[in-house]
Design a protein around this ligand. Structure first.
Ligand SMILES: Cc1cc2nc3c(=O)[nH]c(=O)nc-3n(C[C@H](O)[C@H](O)[C@H](O)COP(=O)(O)OP(=O)(O)OC[C@H]3O[C@@H](n4cnc5c(N)ncnc54)[C@H](O)[C@@H]3O)c2cc1C
Length: 466
């Protein structure tokens, strides 16, 4: 995989106005936006059926000020979303990009709903850490599989060409950085060269490239990678060869709640509704409510690299809206008991330690107090049988570092100037989470994939010669 500076007489098999590498949420939103602006995009996708990390996600997109929120009487605004993103990112995120995604999120969700028929609603029975309002918008199954399937159907309904089982291998560029085209490999090993007026990289980050993870995110080098294996860091490798600016390469979305050994995501709602995490010694070890992303490394530091999520029956009823949680129950990952002592026996942790933690949390809930780690509990959080526990580990979900972009997805050079016709969106671009896992606010992944995908798709059409 490489980028080459092509002589100006480079020959291509096919010339297209707009080429998009990767048919995940970013690529498909870019394609829909470009098509709407009158340009016929062509997507090339590694897999036989587009799925990407998008399909593995819960498909929840944060958006502030939507008609879905207003219908439920929820007050919110893009200004609050931008402030929440920067607060979580410790002010390290690019202000212009944060503003663009915060402003663009509500129009994006309404566009997907109204123009492309995606039946979004807003999650209204729990909130994610760091969000000052309930603003996660999801589809009926609360799965990314539904999101990607509906985006692909929308693309098909708009006659957008998706060439599957094609791997983009090399970019070809002029010495001034103008992209001329892409060399791709078909499933049968033959090569096809596409010339293009504009190129959008929507091929996500480098979570599926162990060497790059070890180099840039050593704390996750040996962790389970829970994202799409085909995301091998091509955008970073090409960008580096072209002299693009790379940013926030140490940042990532981790998750401290993947059922093990079942490998099923257990929604963080079980924690935010009042559940807790203990280690195999029956002890809590941090403020779980800071966020699931930074919790991944904390869980991996516990004995056996595991923790137990412990929660009550009411929390389980909220979590059951997620297909993953129901799958985990069917798989036998969720253990249940009528008393905390029985639960301790079922999961084989010291009963006295678990009882002490549970009793403390119960009394903190009753009076709305803070624990020793600074976590705030609330009286409405209950502690009612049956009690449940699930063994979890920490995992790497996706990388947040990538190509530095401006507010419409144009890729920046190392000197700060812009490449004339190169765009990036989603995990291929640097995210809005600052430099660390702790800067990841829930939803930053799909927020930047969908909103910047749409913005890049619109902007790239300006580069097309009709
Ligand atoms: C388990 C899990 C849960 C998550 N939950 C959420 C959530 O609820 N909310 C949220 O905001 N984010 C969530 N995320 C993150 C979110 O899924 C990603 O940030 C988002 O899907 C990125 O979209 P994308 O289009 O950039 O990448 P992807 O969806 O991964 O698409 C990239 C595509 O590019 C293709 N590709 C890669 N390289 C090439 C190449 N060289 N040639 C051709 N094709 C190529 C891949 O096959 C893939 O289909 C979650 C992630 C995981 C793993």
């Amino acid at each position: 995989m490489s980028a080459v500076i092509a002589p100006t007489d480079e020959k291509f098999d096919t010339q297209v106005p707009l080429l998009i590498v990767g048919a995940g949420a970013a690529g498909l939103c870019a394609a829909l936006a470009a098509k709407e602006a009158g340009v016929d995009p062509v997507l090339i996708e590694r897999d036989a059926v587009p799925s990407g990390s998008t399909a593995l996600s819960a498909g929840l997109i944060p958006a502030a000020g939507t008609r879905f929120q207003r219908a439920k009487g929820m007050a919110d605004s893009p200004h609050f979303l931008a402030a929440d993103i920067q607060r979580k990112a410790h002010g390290e995120a690019d202000a212009a990009v944060v503003e663009a995604v915060a402003q663009g999120a509500a129009p994006l969700v309404e566009w997907l709903a109204d123009r492309h028929g995606l039946p979004f609603d807003v999650v209204d029975n729990f909130n994610y850490p760091g969000h000052s309002a309930m603003r996660m918008h999801g589809l009926p199954t609360r799965t990314g599989q539904e999101l990607i399937d509906r985006l692909r159907s929308a693309a098909e309904a708009n006659d957008i060409i998706i060439l599957t089982e094609r791997v983009a291998e090399r970019l070809m560029a002029e010495p001034n950085g103008r992209i001329r085209g892409v060399e791709s490999l078909r499933g049968d090993g033959t090569c096809e060269r596409f010339g293009c007026d504009a190129l959008i990289l929507a091929c996500n980050g480098f979570g599926g490239n162990p060497d790059l993870v070890r180099r840039f995110i050593p704390e996750m080098a040996d962790a389970l990678y829970f994202g799409h294996p085909g995301n091998r860091g091509d955008a970073v490798v090409w960008g580096n060869a072209l002299g693009a600016q790379l940013a926030h390469l140490g940042a990532y979305q981790g998750h401290g709640s993947v059922a093990t050994p079942h490998n099923i995501l257990i929604t963080w709602a079980v924690i935010m509704q009042g559940g807790m995490q203990i280690n195999s010694e029956g002890r809590r070890f941090c403020d779980e409510s800071r966020g699931y992303s930074e919790q991944a490394a904390d869980v991996l530091c516990q004995p056996g690299q595991i923790a137990w999520n412990v929660f009550d029956g009411h929390i389980a009823s909220v979590a059951r809206q997620f297909a993953d949680f129901r799958d985990a129950e069917c798989a036998g990952a969720i253990l249940s008991a009528e008393t905390i002592a029985e639960l301790a026996a079922a999961i084989r942790v010291p009963a006295a330690a678990l009882a002490a933690e549970w009793d403390e949390v119960k009394s903190l809930k009753a009076r709305g107090g803070h624990d020793r780690y600074g976590r705030q509990f609330a009286p409405e959080q209950r502690c009612e049988p049956p009690f449940h526990a699930v063994k979890v580990t920490g995992a790497l979900f996706h990388t947040q570092g990538g190509l530095a972009i401006d507010a419409i997805g144009r890729v920046k050079r190392q000197d700060g100037k812009l490449f004339p016709n190169l765009f990036a969106a989603g995990g291929a671009a640097a995210g809005v989470s600052g430099d660390t896992a702790a800067g990841y606010l829930s939803g930053n992944g799909l927020l930047t994939a969908t909103v910047l995908g749409r913005l890049a798709g619109q902007a790239a059409t300006a580069q097309v010669s009709y």
